[in-house]
Design a protein around this ligand. Structure first.
Ligand code: KG4
Ligand code: ZN
Length: 376
């Protein structure tokens, strides 16, 4: 495939082809086709993927470090970084093989620049820049949460802008208004624990191994709604902010008061009570946001968007208000390389040829462990 990003020839047949068709496209499209490698290494998953603007997602590969971190009850940053070093290049080669491409076919690389663990981010960005400089192609630092959001656009049908976004991950719980590609207005967020964190801490109290989300969710399926009622902090507050640390305390209090914490019915009912309380708060805040903004299209993304009960509850609430709801494909809800490639290709498509050249010429890089999405 001819690498076309930096050529000045136009190929009219492809001129209007864009992967995400950003609303505010600055560039006249000068590349013929674009093949982007995405690399993710912000936490405990190493991911790589290839996306072409013509054919969409060509290949992706993921290595999860969960088994390694499980022994410690959570992610150990230094171990995470070392393991990313072991996996990153092998995963890049794997996706190239799967898609029958070579490194020379790449037009650009997108890599998670933040937020995340500094050491882990440095591994992905170092690999991306080493490959990029060797091939003389642009390397773009991508915001991890923009990746989560745009993963929903890898679903069919894809959501149209503008939309409301509920981001529920291990580190973030935010409601955003997304007017158009790249414009993220924060409407509300958790004031303490993130939804994923609340799942993980509840799992710990119930003796469910890290990461707790899927385990708590499976246990909740066997429980009875209403058998154990837990706190729903800030559910009636007039704004779109949330708090989940009170819910966690409420779980702890129930555990301490239980005659037998190992009783299966108690455990299932507590898990159900937790999931019901959390989904109630999220549903209430999201529908309040729909009312406040008048927006009817909703995107739910981030690791917790894989949660069955949350998906069902939000789908019911949004449809009741004649809205449309979109989730990423199930396997792309948690961290992966495809979402980073997707965000990267959308940003690259919105760049002018000069900006692309500048990016290619740049011979330094850094990471951004604490990076707010609304500052993009
Ligand atoms: O987005 P993500 O993969 O990583 C971050 O960017 O933080 O989210 C990880 C979080 C973890 O807290 C995990 O327990 C939660 O997502 N999670 C789930 C489910 N799958 C992952 N929570 C509830 N139900 C699930 N099925
Ligand atoms: Zn994530």
């Amino acid at each position: 495939m001819e690498s076309g990003i930096l050529t000045n020839q136009r190929d009219n047949s492809n001129q209007n082809r864009t992967f995400f068709a950003p609303c505010e496209q600055k560039s006249s499209k000068i590349f013929r086709t674009m093949l982007v490698l995405g690399i993710e290494s912000s936490c405990d998953e190493t991911g790589a993927a290839l996306i072409s603007d013509k054919d969409g997602l060509l290949a992706d590969a993921l290595y999860s470090q969960i088994d390694m971190h499980r022994h410690y009850g959570g992610v150990v940053p230094e171990l995470a970084s070392r393991d990313h070093i072991r996996r990153a290049i092998a995963l890049v080669d794997e996706v190239l093989d799967k898609a029958h491409k070579t490194r020379e076919d790449l037009d650009a690389i997108a890599v998670t620049e933040g937020p995340g663990l500094a050491g882990a981010l440095l591994v992905g960005t170092s690999v991306a820049h080493a490959i990029g400089w060797a091939l003389d192609i642009p390397v773009l630092g991508v915001h991890h949460l923009e990746g989560h959001l745009l993963a929903a656009r890898l679903s069919t049908p894809a959501p149209e802008f503008p939309f409301l976004a509920l981001l529920v991950s291990g580190g973030h719980t935010q409601i955003m208004k997304v007017e158009r590609f790249g414009h993220y207005e924060l409407l509300g967020q958790t004031l303490d624990d993130a939804a994923g964190e609340a799942f993980d801490k509840t799992a710990q109290l119930l003796g469910i191994p890290y990461p707790g989300g899927p385990g708590v969710s499976a246990l909740a399926e066997k429980g009875e709604s209403g058998a154990i009622e837990l706190a729903r902090p800030m559910i009636h507050s007039p704004n779109l902010d949330m708090s989940f640390s009170g819910l966690k305390t409420s779980v702890l209090t129930a555990v301490h008061a239980a005659p037998d914490v190992n009783d299966e019915t108690f455990r299932a009912n507590l898990a159900r009570g937790f999931v019901d309380a959390l989904t109630d708060v999220l549903a209430s805040k999201l529908t309040r946001a729909m009312k406040q903004t008048g927006l009817k299209t909703v995107v739910v993304a981030g690791g917790v968007s894989a949660n069955k009960q949350l998906r069902e509850r939000l789908t019911t609430e949004v449809r009741r208000r004649r809205g449309k709801i979109f989730f990423p494909p199930m396997r792309l809800c948690t961290d992966n390389g495809a979402m980073i490639a997707a965000a990267g290709i959308a940003r690259l498509e919105a760049m002018t040829p000069e900006e692309l050249n500048e990016l290619r010429e740049k011979k330094s890089f850094g990471v951004n462990p604490r990076w707010a999405l609304n500052t993009l």
